[in-house]
Write a protein that binds this ligand. Structure first.
Ligand code: SAH
Length: 244
């Protein structure tokens, strides 16, 4: 595959002013769709006379990025207190999440808001994390939804991290799913649900279990994790069991 790619804006500035890249340098370009392009810088233009800097690259090859997990995980994260969402997005992208949806549940102290700037900021955090860890796709961050409106039945499996779960461990649930619901599924779609700082109400869990036949309420172990730790821990454990 051949072609010319022109970079402007933040990416061009970063390449020229921070990474000090020059004509002839080789780079890997990612377009967010799962393909990696190998390219060589053919021309650079520094910012001048009100014009932005620009980098021209010649594409030499394309390949499918192998940093993508076969399992497609969406993290449904109940709204945490200020500032934690960015950390959660960054770490969960590194751990292989495909999408993240903030969720409003009964014990959330933060109100859901449709703030375009915040969403753009979250997308940027996701993009930066993808780039840093060598993923060629960018995890989508959705606007917040109410717990009852998350569309959990679209998934092959919903794993609810519930601090009050005494019987089923995440490991057991995954082993059973591997032998059952997920057997022979090429790219299983799994939803993870994490409660807010105040946890879930038993009634919320009961209702989810009633409405969604593929839901399992699971324990993450003997210790209670903070909401921002729970998603990362759960994702790491899930990838360990399911990633090929
Ligand atoms: N305030 C609650 C704890 C909430 S922890 C209490 O004191 O009981 C925040 C969220 O992280 C929980 O709702 C749950 O989704 C997840 N979580 C934390 N530790 C967990 C564990 N050991 N097992 C299952 N889920 C856990």
């Amino acid at each position: 595959m051949c072609g010319i790619v022109t970079l402007v804006g933040d990416e061009a500035r970063h390449m020229l002013n921070v990474l000090r890249m020059k004509k002839g340098d080789r780079v890997i370009l990612i377009d967010g769709s799962g393909t990696e392009l190998t390219a060589v810088i053919s021309e650079t233009f520094a910012a001048r006379d009100g014009r932005e800097c620009e980098v021209h690259l010649t594409v030499e090859g394309a390949r499918v990025c192998d940093a993508e997990p076969n399992v497609k995980v969406t993290l449904f994260q109940c709204l945490p207190k200020a500032g934690k969402m960015e950390l959660i997005i960054q770490k969960c992208v590194e751990l292989g999440v495909s999408a993240i949806r903030p969720v409003h549940s009964r014990r959330c102290v933060v109100k859901p808001e449709r703030n375009e700037n915040k969403l753009l900021r979250y997308e940027k955090v996701s993009q930066e994390a993808s780039k840093q860890c060598g993923r060629a796709t960018c995890a989508k961050v959705y606007p917040p939804a109410e717990l009852e409106e998350c569309g959990f039945s679209d998934f092959d499996l919903l794993l609810i991290a519930y601090e009050g779960e005494e019987k089923l461990s995440l490991k057991q649930a995954l082993m059973e799913a591997k032998a059952g619901i997920l057997a022979n599924k090429d790219q299983p779609r799994i939803a993870l649900l994490i409660g807010p700082e105040g946890g879930f109400e038993q009634e919320e869990i009961d209702r989810l279990m009633e409405n969604c036949p593929n839901a399992r309420s699971v324990s993450l172990g003997k210790r209670i994790l903070r909401t921002e730790t729970a998603g990362m821990a759960m994702l790491a454990m899930l990838m360990y069991e399911l990633e090929e």
